[in-house]
Write a protein that binds this ligand. Structure first.
Ligand code: HEM
Length: 160
């Protein structure tokens, strides 16, 4: 018999959204940025990166909304905000923190502030700006992977 439990469907959407989103962050951090550093002249790196990353930013925005929507749905099916005050719920806080971090970056900082700031900084110091972009991606990827690992372990019974 087919079990169409909405909670399971939300979980499937949650995980697929996260695979696409964090997988994309890993690809940008570990493959795209090092390739640009190897192949492109310092003065053109930031511009080249921004042109390619523009497409991925849309994928990230859509998957962030899907991950947040399915995540909050599951949270409110299983105790809502009260669940966040239960002992051992640090992984739930971490998921929400990571999600907020990306949401603020993708929907507020990047379009309103970062894009302009990076462009003008790249004119003055192209190499330094490109290194800063790479470092920022390493930090985001590390936080995301810790979140994924902890969430999988904790939601299947691992208690820290
Ligand atoms: C608004 C943000 C988020 C909320 C409210 C949320 C909420 C949830 C909830 C309620 C569950 C199911 C827990 C249970 O078994 O009862 C879950 C599972 C999970 N979440 Fe999130 N989440 C959010 C964002 C994220 C982010 C940003 C990541 C990763 C970077 C993430 C990764 C996971 C993973 C890997 C699972 C476990 C899937 C499994 O093993 O079955 N979540 N989330």
């Amino acid at each position: 018999m087919i079990n169409m439990d909405p909670f399971i469907i939300a979980r499937v959407i949650h995980v697929i959204a996260i695979v696409l989103w964090i997988g994309g962050v890993a690809m940008v951090t570990l493959v795209l940025l090092p390739a640009i550093k190897r192949l492109i002249e310092p003065e053109q790196r930031v511009d080249f990166f921004e042109k390619i990353e523009g497409n991925f930013a849309w994928q990230s925005r859509i998957t962030t909304v899907l991950a947040g929507g399915s995540g909050f749905y599951m949270l409110f099916q299983t105790g809502g905000w009260q669940r966040l005050s239960v002992d051992g719920s640090g992984w739930l806080h971490l998921m929400i923190f990571t999600w907020l971090l990306f949401t603020i970056m993708l929907f507020i900082l990047e379009p309103l502030v970062l894009h302009r700031l990076i462009k003008s900084k790249a004119k003055r110091d192209p190499e330094g700006t490109f290194s800063m972009i790479s470092r920022l991606h390493y930090v985001l990827l590390t936080v995301s992977l810790i979140t994924v690992g902890w969430a999988v372990a904790a939601s299947h019974g691992f208690i820290l």
